[in-house]
Design a protein around this ligand. Sequence first.
Ligand SMILES: Cc1cc2nc3c(=O)[nH]c(=O)nc-3n(C[C@H](O)[C@H](O)[C@H](O)COP(=O)(O)OP(=O)(O)OC[C@H]3O[C@@H](n4cnc5c(N)ncnc54)[C@H](O)[C@@H]3O)c2cc1C
Length: 402
Amino acid sequence: MTNWKDLDIANPTDEHAMLREMVRDWVAVEVEPQALDYDRAERFNAQLLRDMGEMGLLGITAQEEYGGAGMDALAAAIVHEELSYSDPGFALAYLAHSMLFVNNLARNGSDDQKQEILPKVCSGEWIAAMAMSEPDVGTDVLGMGTTAEEQDDGTWKINGRKMWITNGCIDDDDTPCDVVWTYAKTGQDSRGRSEISTFLVYADSPGFSVGQKIMDKTGMRASNTAELVYDDCIVSADSLVGSQGESMIHMMRNLELERLMLAAMSVGISRRALFEMNRYASEREAFGKPIRKFGQIQRYIGQSFAEWRSMESYLYNVARQMDLEKSSQRLDSDGIKLVATTLAKEIADRAMQVMGGYGYVGEYVVERLWRDAKLLEIGGGTLESHQKNITNDLAKDSSIIR
Ligand SMILES: Cc1cc2nc3c(=O)[nH]c(=O)nc-3n(C[C@H](O)[C@H](O)[C@H](O)COP(=O)(O)OP(=O)(O)OC[C@H]3O[C@@H](n4cnc5c(N)ncnc54)[C@H](O)[C@@H]3O)c2cc1C
């Protein structure tokens, strides 16, 4: 770096800046025009996701030798932010595919698994999902009920149900996605805690099916959410990822990345909401002057700008330091998700307030952002789980605030 004071924290290298420009241009032309229609119809634009394969974005953090782009967490954050400026629902489908499946496999899969599957998911030939949550278990993940038992012939039999799985189905006819990263219980460890393992379950695995596409979500309606059923589902021995019982590490490491990306989505939502309220405040007049002259409107805009700037800096500072090869960032990945998701919802709410009745209808965008933002306080870990994790981590090591 020639002068550290010149660092643009959101685009620290030329490569990052070019990526942002490319994605921003593509989003304006391809993503923005379809966003409202797909939200209203509760449909997932699978072709649009596949198109991202050609641009090298589906495997953004996967190794180049397997068809990925070999980029870092900060690059992935840029893509999530830019997509969410126009269509957070579509961005959620992108996250489930590229981070929860592709990155997970790229970091934890065997060479054979990576050679076999990564080129297909990086190109968009296959669409993928990650299944951790269940009808009765979310935050308390170790309480999961889905089990996998090894059979005499070396295959695994999986039984259970998974709930809320983004990309679990790819259309309205209960067509499953091509491959699901499935967490299941394979026993107990020496301390009596559930031992979790990962299995690659394919659309045509016997005993695997879509239970239902979950309809009538508040927001994120441009992504499909499904219940998945494993009924004596049989997968081959080589579908196990890593060693038996190893997957708590996979899960924790991937959750850190997921939380960072959900925070990046919050930054995109906030920037768009701010843009819309700022524009409207100049155009709309009341009592003979633009509404931006009113102190209460200035409070909405000023507060939102300062909060967006703060979350952007925190986001890209954590993203810059995130090492995709190890889990090391829980304190700050929880921290940025906690603060950014809450603020995104508030900023979208203020935008709606500034825009009055117009803000309340779809054409003016912010009502969709407002609905989508709420999910970010629940998915990938609830606000309460972040508060718990941060407090627990600071009890173990408080040197950062000394
Ligand atoms: C649209 C959508 C998409 C999703 N996509 C996926 C996906 O692709 N893959 C996947 O695996 N999951 C997915 N999820 C599931 C999501 O991650 C869970 O909803 C989330 O983890 C919360 O789990 P839960 O809904 O079971 O709530 P619960 O865990 O039952 O929580 C209910 C309430 O209790 C609180 N609570 C629980 N435990 C504690 C505690 N110890 N202390 C204090 N409060 C507590 C929670 O914070 C919350 O307020 C998705 C969910 C939605 C809605």
